[in-house]
Design a protein around this ligand. Structure first.
Ligand code: NAD
Ligand code: UGA
Length: 446
């Protein structure tokens, strides 16, 4: 059992805190957002994440998990302080480190004895050394010496499956100049029985950016292939299937669609490109990966404009607003970009999402937020599927056909089978589903 303080109670901090508590540690989660902490104390989650609420309440009841806004209380007796604050994009695409700085300064002002500072936020290469400098400079010898080590421990969890990803990771990466400190952090993860890579600080920080950039690259790659498929009459889903059987390629992250969004891929690819330029290299591939992603949304607008002649005063229904299913997060969501692009051309938007309506209300203007997918279809000139939530898989398309003004479907995630929809009379567009290719997920007999 270790005593752990987790700074930041967002997706990463809260999940890290509750999972470490569930593994038997004594965890205090700290946030500067008072209302967030008040709500957490009442058992109200600040984010939608499957399984989170129950795990939090179990661990609070067991006395292993507490919440506070008070750094003194959170750091009291802590052996580890995990930093899990946001690192959003700055004006030039760089990672904005103001929250990391504030956390480091608070640690420097308050911590006592020996502390292992573990950084889980996604930060530019060199940030671990920068944190060390901040704390050393601030602790200027007028107070008892703070003995500390900094360890980089990038997080690879995905929203929507965060608890599972934390508990069953593919690997844990730890980077530090202090191998002993890294080994102590490794002990926290030993029961997860996964590979633990211990390396230096800068390499660990780079592993995080390289991993996210690689995943984004795979998606942009398959989207480029999808666009070529569309022109040549091939079907990208079967292309991906055929590619994915190759063990060197693998099947994951080859779903063509509206492109990647979320709070991480966009900001991390930008930040990596920014780092590269700052240090005199030309990140040509990363630039192309971002450009392909932007174009993927524009391409949908182009298809709709072509199908409807022009978009002025056309009613477009959008199904799904979150950047992917099983989350209420709409940061950099393809649906939100798409809505803005469509509104720029005069389209009237009505939309629905199973979880993201509250968040959408804060950022969307002039959008009718509907209660059901059918209300979205009502009077629409086209229906766009932007997020592949389960509840959209089996809609009553006969009803939708009756409700729409023009039966045009733009399936931005290739969720539906085109043939039955076409036979019902819909004009169906998918992404990269050329000709009339039939999808059969035939497994070879063994
Ligand atoms: P978030 O925005 O959901 O949460 C950050 C929290 O930190 C907020 O509650 C904020 O109030 C709090 N905070 C800010 N400054 C603070 C301070 N000085 N002291 C205490 N609390 C403070 O962020 P997130 O999505 O959890 O991401 C955190 C980091 O983890 C980012 O660097 C992100 O790139 C990285 N990451 C995120 C994910 C993900 O799926 N969201 C996955 C892997 C890595
Ligand atoms: C991603 C990574 O998968 C995590 O490993 C990482 O920890 C996290 O970013 C982070 O650093 O924050 P997340 O953003 O939660 O996780 O979501 P993903 O499941 O990776 O999806 C990202 C975007 O790519 C979504 O918009 C999704 O719709 C899109 N996507 C994903 C595709 O368009 N095609 C695919 O095949 C897969």
């Amino acid at each position: 059992m270790s005593k752990i303080c987790v700074i930041g109670t967002g997706y990463v901090g809260l999940v890290t805190g509750v999972c470490f508590a569930d593994l038997g540690n004594e965890v205090t989660c700290l946030d500067v957002d008072q209302s967030r902490i008040e709500r957490l104390k009442q058992g109200i989650m600040p984010i939608y994440e499957p399984g989170l609420e129950q795990l939090v309440s179990q661990n609070v009841r067991a006395g292993r998990l507490a919440f506070t806004t008070d750094y003194r209380q959170a750091l009291d007796g802590a052996e580890f302080a995990f930093i899990a604050v946001g690192t959003p994009s700055g004006v030039d695409g760089e990672a904005d480190l103001q929250y990391v700085r504030m956390a480091a300064e608070a640690i420097a002002d308050i911590a006592q004895g020996y502390l292992i500072i573990v950084n889980k936020s996604t930060v530019p290469v060199g940030t671990g050394d920068w944190i060390t400098d901040i704390i050393r400079r601030r602790r200027n010898g007028t107070r008892p010496l703070l003995q500390f080590s900094v360890v980089s421990n990038p997080e690879f969890l995905r929203e929507g499956s965060a608890i599972n990803d934390f508990m069953y990771p593919d690997r844990v990466v730890l980077g530090s100049t202090d191998r002993q400190a890294a080994s102590k952090v490794a002990e926290l993860y030993v029961s997860l029985r996964c590979p633990i890579l211990i390396t230096d600080l800068r390499t660990a920080e780079m592993i995080k950016y390289a991993s996210n950039a690689f995943l984004a690259t795979r998606i942009s790659f398959i989207n480029e292939i999808a666009n070529i498929c569309e022109e040549l009459g091939a079907d990208v889903q079967e292309v991906a299937l055929g590619m994915g059987y190759d063990k060197r390629i693998g099947p994951a992250f080859l779903d063509a669609g509206l492109g990647w969004g979320g709070s991480c891929f966009p900001k991390d690819v930008k930040a990596l490109a920014h780092m590269a330029v700052l240090h005199g290299t030309q990140p040509q591939l990363l630039q192309a990966v971002m450009e392909i992603n932007r174009n993927q949304r524009r391409r949908v607008v182009y298809k709709l404009r072509k199908a409807l002649n022009n978009l002025d005063e056309k009613i477009i229904g959008i199904l799904g607003l979150s950047f992917k299913p099983n989350t209420d997060d709409i940061r950099e969501a393809p649906a939100i970009d798409l809505i803005h692009l469509l509104q720029n051309e005069g389209a009237i938007i009505q939309a629905y999402d199973p979880q993201a309506m509250e968040n959408a209300r804060q950022v969307l203007k002039r959008v009718k937020l509907c209660e059901t997918p059918y209300e979205v279809a009502q009077g629409a000139d086209a229906l766009v599927l932007a997020t592949e939530w389960n509840e959209f898989k089996q809609l009553d398309f006969e009803r939708i056909y009756q409700l729409m003004r023009q039966p045009i479907i733009m399936d931005g995630r290739n969720l539906w089978n085109p043939e039955p929809l076409r036979s019902m009379g819909f004009t169906y567009f998918g992404v990269g589903r050329g000709a009339n290719n039939h999808i059969n997920n035939h497994q070879p007999e063994t």
